[in-house]
Design a protein around this ligand. Structure first.
Ligand code: AMP
Ligand code: FE
Ligand code: FE
Ligand code: ZN
Length: 287
């Protein structure tokens, strides 16, 4: 069977492996190919493409864009966009700035209760990691989670999210992000292929209302990421029906974050015909 993982992360966002380590791990997992979809950055794509090509793997450049609807976050995968599209680049820059400002506030909130958890330590802890725009971007709560582990306050990222970083907790602050339908339009205008990521993820906030998904379809949404670890059997059945009703393709991916999450490469897959359709539709560079 041809096996393609449609959703992974590297150390250019909140994964723990470099693009080269990720490509090697994909080969070891017996994959024929994978997409790198770091949060709100293209910075790891060139290195991942080169490493994948050296290993004979099919590589699909992507990005996982933050979007927001009534204070709830939703993620949009964009495959093969033109990475030099000015409008897309500008919005991604705005999201990264908002991520940084929001993380500073979250850190101030946490420091008040845990004085050993400081912004300076967070900056220092991330210096070794390759990043998009210098050493600070694109930052997210997983980097705070890693610092909480290093300081001995929790034992792993998952516990940090449950006890300290949850949107229901006292330290959380929202980040600005564009409306999901506007983001779909932006991706389409940049020649990319937009897919709604993990639409029923239970670890996140409320699912997008179907009306918003319909708006996204009108703006050019290509598919739903039906096959994802955070979906139950019932979710998969519901999303399969929704995709059929709305004329959307189904994709799947592991949402692999290296050691940052239990997700394993190849645990969810995208069908070959769908990958080929994305390769035909997308107008950005493959490497
Ligand atoms: P942020 O980008 O700051 O909103 O943080 C969200 C990111 O945290 C997601 O992209 C996930 O990679 C990660 N995340 C969310 N929940 C967990 C969890 N329970 N364990 C590990 N990572 C998580
Ligand atoms: Fe992530
Ligand atoms: Fe996501
Ligand atoms: Zn992801």
């Amino acid at each position: 069977m041809w096996r393609f993982d449609g959703h992974t992360h590297s150390s250019f966002s909140d994964g723990t492996q470099t693009p080269e380590e990720l490509a090697s791990a994909a080969a070891e997992a017996g994959l024929n190919g994978f997409a790198l979809a770091d949060h709100d950055t293209f910075a790891g794509l060139d290195r991942a493409a080169a490493a994948a090509s050296a290993l004979g793997l099919q590589f699909l450049p992507a990005v996982e864009l933050s979007t927001s609807y009534e204070g709830n976050s939703a993620h949009l995968l964009a495959y093969l966009p033109r990475r030099d599209d000015p409008a897309l680049a500008e919005v991604m820059e705005k999201i990264r700035t908002s991520r940084r400002n929001r993380l500073r506030t979250i850190m101030e909130n946490i420091s008040a209760d845990y004085p050993s958890v400081t912004w300076e330590k967070l900056v220092r802890s991330q210096r070794e990691q390759p990043k998009a725009g210098g050493e600070l971007e694109p930052w997210g709560r997983p980097h705070v989670a890693d610092l909480l582990v290093a300081e001995g306050i929790v034992t792993e990222r998952g516990e940090a999210f449950e006890r300290i970083l949850s949107p229901a907790g006292p330290y959380f602050v929202h980040q600005w992000a564009p409306h999901p339908a506007d983001t779909v339009a932006l991706v389409v205008a940049a020649g990319g292929v937009p897919v709604l990521a993990h639409p029923r993820s239970q670890l996140r906030q409320r699912a997008l209302p179907v009306g918003v998904v319909t708006e996204m379809v009108d703006a050019g949404l290509f598919g739903l990421e039906v096959h994802h670890r955070e979906h139950s059997r019932a979710h998969i059945a519901e999303l399969t029906e929704l995709a059929a009703r709305l004329g959307l393709r189904r994709t799947g991916g592991s949402d692999y974050h290296g050691a940052g999450k239990p997700n394993l490469l190849g645990e969810n897959l995208t069908e070959r015909a769908v990958v080929e359709e994305i390769l035909e539709l997308g107008s950005g560079p493959l490497s």
